[in-house]
Design a protein around this ligand. Sequence first.
Ligand SMILES: [Ca+2]
Ligand SMILES: [Ca+2]
Length: 153
Amino acid sequence: MYSFKICVVLLIMLHPVVQARYAWYGPGNGYAYFVIDINLSYGDAKLQCGYYGATLAVHAPKDRRIMKILEEHLTVLTEQDYWIGLNDIQREGRFVWEDGTLLTKSQENWYPTEPNNYGRGEDCVGGNHAGSLKWNDYRCSYGKLYALCERAL
Ligand SMILES: [Ca+2]
Ligand SMILES: [Ca+2]
């Protein structure tokens, strides 16, 4: 009975956290967001978002003002690295969003010295590099980032 009570207390304590992390949140730009908090490659992150009828986030990362609102509500975005829908897979140095639009200068939010296409090449982009809220290019197969998913409201 004692351990049952502990379980109930733990569930009540954990429930809002779990709910907050998995609830879709709309920062007011016409899209809703949530974070898949497991370590994924870029390809798997795309797939996982797809299971929820979503894509990797494009519209929020284009806009620092919206990202700030998201970071306040989905605090995991300030604690972990996560994939966004941006890559230069097709042509080195030419970063394209998953909606097919080109990355513009004013949208850029790179961590200093990034993107560096390090080593055998890095073509996929993640946010909050080194806890900075800024971007880094990673190897797309690097399976250590969460996924920021987006769907239209
Ligand atoms: Ca690259
Ligand atoms: Ca890099």
